[in-house]
Design a protein around this ligand. Structure first.
Ligand code: TRH
Length: 376
């Protein structure tokens, strides 16, 4: 089956990140012949060093990657046309789709949300206003009535093997030039937008009751903020303050990103893709949600927490909410972090239970493939 996937990079890494992950899974696990049309190759190259941002066309990891420019040449139309995040399939391609009989299955992959309306809108058809084409809305989500979450078939087995294998951990740390931390040390990874009160968090760790080893990927906003706050000198990859040691680690290719989260006891993540990967890591996490106009993201954040916190004792749930709120700008992050420390074990168990619950649902690529099969 041939799939043509269109992606516009609005900002940051998530548009390309979600699309690249999906393209790789469709190609690797579903035998799809995938072409990815993407308008900003440097972003994709940040996620995969095999991408050459200067090439108009290249094949990487079995996927044909084309630079999507204004002068898109339509040489053929695939059986499945997938646009991500309503990026609008280009007009010449739509015209070519009309010429096909039957026309391709046309899908718009939407943003992830735990909001209740998602189940109602998932798979709704939307006829094109003028052309004889119908587009279907495909919504990722956390319930069986949604499109599910991206999850490669071997992901959880790989995670479990990594987390249970002391040798894998030794290798992970050795690659960073470090020894595995003693059991009492909490490993935290830090990935978020520029707007968080990272200084407050750093000070809470430095003066807190537990020893923290924080890993922060280079080139990200919080790596810079931490560097300023801790007076990082050129060439320095580690800084200490009180109970905290902070390590700047290389930004990894997307295919190698998960072990960073698997090694973390607590992961600060953001956007969409890293947020989902942190859930598959089965460790506690805090989500820096992508800020939306009119504060709409708070509704999305609350919907996720209502679902995620289900089953937790009310006090723990409230303290966890406080941490999320503070990390997203409502409250003091340092005290929210400290207040949560006694709940550590409960939250770790909860993260694993949540991950198992989500893993009981079919994954997003599976749901997509099944939906396409039904339509063709
Ligand atoms: O970059 P993000 O904030 O992405 C987005 C965008 O803001 C987008 O416009 C918005 O629509 C969407 O969120 C909801 O965060 P995200 O989604 O987590 O993407 C980051 C990607 O970077 C993800 O694929 C994981 C990857 N990554 C690596 O590959 N290596 C790394 O070392 C790190 C830290 C991340």
């Amino acid at each position: 089956m041939r799939w043509d996937i269109f992606c516009r990079v609005v900002d940051n890494l998530g548009d390309a990140g979600v699309t690249w992950r999906l393209a790789r899974q469709l190609q690797g696990e579903w035998g799809a012949e995938v072409r990815l049309f993407i308008d900003h190759l440097p972003t994709l190259a940040q996620l995969d060093h095999r991408i050459d941002p200067t090439l108009p066309e290249q094949t990487v990891r079995g996927i044909t990657v084309r630079h999507w420019t204004h002068s898109l040449q339509v040489d053929r139309v695939a059986e499945v046309v997938l646009e991500t995040f309503a990026c609008d399939t280009p007009e010449p391609y739509l015209q070519a789709m009309v010429q096909q009989s039957p026309p391709p299955v046309w899908i718009n992959l939407e943003y992830l949300s735990a909001e209740e309306w998602v189940s109602r809108c998932h798979l709704l058809p939307s006829p094109h206003p003028t052309l004889p084409l119908t587009r279907y809305f495909f919504f990722p989500g956390f319930e069986a009535t949604t499109g599910g979450l991206l999850r490669e078939s071997r992901l959880l087995a790989q995670r479990d093997a990594f987390q249970a294998d002391p040798e894998a951990l030794v290798q992970f740390w050795a690659a960073l030039g470090l020894r595995p931390p003693e059991a009492r040390i909490k490993v935290v990874t830090l990935f978020g937008y520029d707007t968080v009160q990272v200084h407050d968090l750093i000070e809470a760790w430095a003066h807190g009751p537990t020893t923290v080893r924080c890993l922060v990927p280079e080139g990200t906003p919080l790596a810079l903020r931490a560097a300023q706050h801790l007076d990082r000198r050129t060439g320095q990859s580690m800084a200490s303050r009180g109970a905290l040691s902070l390590v700047w680690v290389p930004f990894r290719d997307q295919v190698d990103y998960d072990p960073l989260l698997w090694a973390g006891d607590f992961n600060f993540v953001r956007g969409e893709d890293s947020f989902v990967r942190a859930q598959w890591a089965a460790r506690s996490m805090a989500w820096h949600i992508y800020p939306q106009p009119g504060q709409a993201h708070w509704i999305k954040l609350k919907a996720f927490l209502d679902s995620y916190l289900h089953g937790l004792e009310a006090g723990v749930a409230q303290r966890y909410r406080n941490l999320f709120d503070a990390w997203n700008g409502e409250g003091a992050i340092g005290s929210a972090w400290n207040a949560l420390l006694p709940d550590w074990e409960v939250l770790q168990t909860h993260a694993r239970v949540w991950s198992m619950r989500q893993a009981a649902f079919p994954d997003l690529a599976h749901n997509l493939a099944e939906f396409v099969d039904k339509l063709l």
